[in-house]
Design a protein around this ligand. Structure first.
Ligand code: CP
Length: 309
């Protein structure tokens, strides 16, 4: 008998207890081996309809939700705001109600406005998954990050994790700052003062990269989110790289000897991270994050639709 999941939607990490998070990670784990097999077809979502509703660009999240749903047997339909009646001025809620009238069993939503998936969850008749809302949250990214760390390091409790770069505008940082402390990791934030949040929630913050990553077991790099900035960050990308770009030399000088590097993507090679380091499979878990992403999204889709089957 599968264990029930005590939430209708997955809108953010705040709502999840430590046990909820561990349930998702534990249920995701076997899907990694499944994904490596030749035949990748399960039928537990057969007959269910999954809508991926994307008002913002995506490669990893959109595609992995589609792959996850199809591997579970769901019928998956993707809605892209570009080319839709959103461009004729149709509102978020009218768009959501229109899609809901087609009776989906789960909706996955990405939107540039913080809180948009929460608004949609109020009016539709199915579970909603937040696939990234503005500068708010990206819960499945934080879950896949945690699973990647657990697989690489064997634990999360006690891990020293440095999140570096544009923290202020990053929903990935927003979700990780809520999730990782629940699992006992010791977090630090590193970035230029203008890109650190006003309220770090008690998490230590550093403006010097070498100091911030000192002894870190995991160094998570984030890109500068220019699309979410009111004013452009001062200085050139070369200046940013000189002060905040992660290079092999910097990692080996300051982080733990066996530190791993993570990045949610998309990467700006030569800005926040050197391409050579990103491509080193010993150090970099970046492509592993993509693989665990499919597994985590399979677990989330399975958990949220359990009472509809
Ligand atoms: N990590 C992430 O959200 O990537 P995409 O924007 O490509 O989905």
């Amino acid at each position: 008998m599968p264990r029930p999941f005590p939430h209708r939607h997955l809108l953010g990490i705040e709502q999840l207890s430590r046990d909820d998070i561990l349930q998702i990670l534990d249920e995701a784990e076997p899907w990694i081996g499944f994904g490596r097999g030749r035949r990748k077809q399960d039928q537990r979502l057969a007959g269910l309809t999954q809508f991926n509703v994307f008002f913002e660009n995506s490669t990893r999240t959109l595609f992995s939700f589609e792959v996850a749903g199809k591997r579970l047997g769901a019928q998956v339909a993707n809605f892209h705001a570009i080319g839709s009646s959103v461009q004729k001025g149709e509102s978020l809620i009218d768009t959501a109600l229109t899609l809901d009238a087609m009776r989906p069993d789960v909706m996955v939503i990405r939107h540039s406005e913080t809180g948009a998936p929460h608004q949609v969850a109020e009016v539709v008749g199915c579970p909603v998954v937040n696939a990234g809302d503005g500068t708010g949250e990206h819960p499945t990214q934080a879950l896949l990050d945690a699973l990647t760390m657990r697989r690489r390091k064997g634990r999360i409790e006690g891990l020293r994790v440095a999140i570096c770069g544009d923290i202020r505008h990053s929903r990935v940082a927003g979700s990780n700052m809520k999730l990782l402390p629940k699992l006992g990791a010791a977090l630090r934030l590193v970035g230029p003062p203008a890109l650190l949040p006003d309220d770090t929630g008690g998490i230590p913050a550093f403006t010097n990269l070498d100091e911030g990553i000192e002894g870190a077991d995991v160094v998570m790099m984030l890109r500068i989110q220019r699309e979410r900035m009111e004013a452009s960050v001062s200085g050139s990308l070369q200046d940013f790289h000189a002060r905040y770009g992660l290079t092999r030399a910097r990692l080996e000088r300051s982080a733990a000897p066996d530190a791993i590097v993570m990045h949610p993507g998309p990467m700006n090679r030569g800005v926040e991270i050197d391409g050579e380091l990103a491509d080193d499979p010993e150090r970099s878990a970046i492509l592993e994050q993509v693989e665990t992403g499919v597994a985590v999204r399979m677990a989330v889709l399975d958990l949220l639709t359990r009472d509809r089957r």
